[in-house]
Write a protein that binds this ligand. Structure first.
Ligand SMILES: CCCCCCCCCCCCCCCC(=O)SCCNC(=O)CCNC(=O)[C@H](O)C(C)(C)COP(=O)(O)OP(=O)(O)OC[C@H]1O[C@@H](n2cnc3c(N)ncnc32)[C@H](O)[C@@H]1OP(=O)(O)O
Length: 109
């Protein structure tokens, strides 16, 4: 079976979760001004299948800041067809933690 495709011929959900994690990491790194690690995915909802060749965009929204943690709502949208409105594919709640070079937590700046 192709690596990024599921048994229905649609894109494997894990591939999309990986893209969402990358988008969240970029946002968290910016806020943390340095290295972060994903500590939790508190919720993940798959609303629609993605077809091979679809154009997908991920959007992040920081919703909570702790001492070292950053909770981010992340959504993926499909926007392949300029004639039609974008459609939400997934939504998830990810938590990232600011870490130092030794991998230990550090307070957010
Ligand atoms: C649905 C699936 C379908 C697809 C299915 C196929 C999958 C297909 C691939 C997908 C892929 C995905 C994307 C993977 C993304 C990675 O790669 S995840 C793996 C990478 N991450 C890591 O390796 C991190 C490992 N964890 C650690 O090293 C340690 O837990 C950490 C991050 C250093 C934190 O250490 P700690 O001792 O817990 O630190 P502690 O001081 O107790 O807590 C620090 C902060 O974290 C917060 N925290 C700790 N634990 C939690 C928690 N559980 N929740 C929330 N906050 C927490 C604390 O509240 C605290 O917050 P602040 O009060 O400081 O703001």
């Amino acid at each position: 079976m192709p690596r990024d495709v599921n048994g229905n011929g649609d894109i494997f959900g894990g591939w999309l979760v990986t893209q969402m994690d990358l988008a969240g990491t970029i946002s968290a790194q910016k806020r943390a001004q340095g290295r972060v690690a994903t500590v939790a995915i508190d919720s993940m909802v798959f609303l629609r299948p993605i077809k091979v060749g679809d154009i997908v965009a991920c959007y992040t929204d920081i919703i909570e800041i702790g001492r070292s943690s950053i909770k981010i709502s992340i959504e993926a949208w499909e926007m392949s067809d300029p004639e039609n409105a974008p459609r939400k594919l997934t939504e998830g709640l990810f938590t990232f933690v600011a870490i130092n070079a030794q991998g230990r937590t550090r307070p957010l700046p």
